[in-house]
Design a protein around this ligand. Structure first.
Ligand SMILES: [Zn+2]
Length: 293
């Protein structure tokens, strides 16, 4: 896959741990709720609908007859009363993915979905505090504990259906960092960027992009003020570097409700919102979720 080298312009854009030159801003998304209307549907029968192809990092929403059994990646997918299901396609997924649908009458079929590869630019991020790039052992242990707690919150398979809403941006602003880009912090290769960064002033209210329940809210070493929101069916959002958290674990929030405020806490060089999304432990691209029609 072709790699694009981008020079980070320090101090121009606030990103996670630095500044990034990829920037493009889409307009606000329409707000009507929708369930499953993929652009190029495969209609296996009138009531089984999945997209024919998706991009790496996509959150896939499909439709099956209610009360079907649906399996993907070794899991039984929870099915809503309207027959909606969701699963994520990993950033590095190559080749097609499969979904097995068994309807109530016992008829089984396998849906194949092509996965379109993407280019992942390399971002060189400089000016990050050294202790956050190569933490000392005591701090590394703390980071591991905190990451385990966040991972545990992502194992829930909740029946709520916020995942099927049309997601809205949690904050308006320029996109200062994109999902999946390979990051090099102060010259040291780090993990791919796990979400999207939106540049916004410190204190800007952060709104829930879809309804959900708060499953984590704490101040962490790397990610600062951190909130996880479970949208149901394994789909969750995380909001990082917050200067303020207005919700607690167990709070149920509606789409558009303010949950906290933009900050620069944790490994960040300037105020911005990092918004990540997961299907269980599979990270997906929030921008693709916003653009889903
Ligand atoms: Zn980020």
């Amino acid at each position: 896959m072709r790699a694009v080298i981008l020079a980070a312009a320090a101090g121009v854009l606030a990103a996670c741990a630095g500044s990034v030159t990829t920037a493009a801003s889409a307009g606000p998304a329409p707000q009507e709720a929708q369930v499953a209307t993929p652009a190029t549907p495969v209609v296996d029968d009138a009531r089984v609908v999945f997209p024919a192809s998706v991009q790496q990092g996509a959150l896939v929403i499909g439709k099956v007859p209610a009360a079907s059994r649906v399996r993907h990646a070794g899991r039984d997918l929870r099915v809503t009363g309207y027959g909606s299901v969701a699963f994520g396609v990993a950033r590095d997924q190559s080749g097609p993915v499969h979904v097995e649908v068994t309807s109530r009458d016992g008829r089984a079929r396998t849906i194949e979905i092509e996965v379109t590869p993407r280019d992942w630019p390399i971002e060189r991020v400089n000016g990050v505090p050294g202790k956050t790039v190569k933490p000392p052992p005591a701090i590394a242990a703390r980071i591991a504990r905190e990451q385990a707690a966040v991972s545990a919150a992502r194992t829930r398979d909740d029946a709520r259906t916020g995942f099927a809403q049309h997601f809205v941006r949690p904050v308006e602003g320029r996109i200062s960092g994109r999902f999946g880009n390979q990051r090099i912090y102060n010259g040291t290769p780090g993990a791919a960027h796990s979400g999207m960064d939106i540049a916004a002033p410190n204190g800007t209210p952060v709104k829930a992009p879809a309804s959900g329940v708060v499953t984590f809210a704490d101040d962490l070493y790397l990610t600062g003020g951190t909130i996880l929101l479970d949208h149901g069916h394994g789909v969750s959002s995380n909001f990082l570097h917050l200067s303020r958290m207005d919700v607690r674990v167990g709070d149920v929030v509606e789409q558009g409700q303010v949950i906290g405020a933009v900050g620069a806490t944790g490994r960040a060089t300037g105020p911005h919102l990092h918004w990540g999304m997961n299907w269980f432990d599979v990270r997906v691209d929030p921008l693709l979720v916003l653009e889903r029609q």
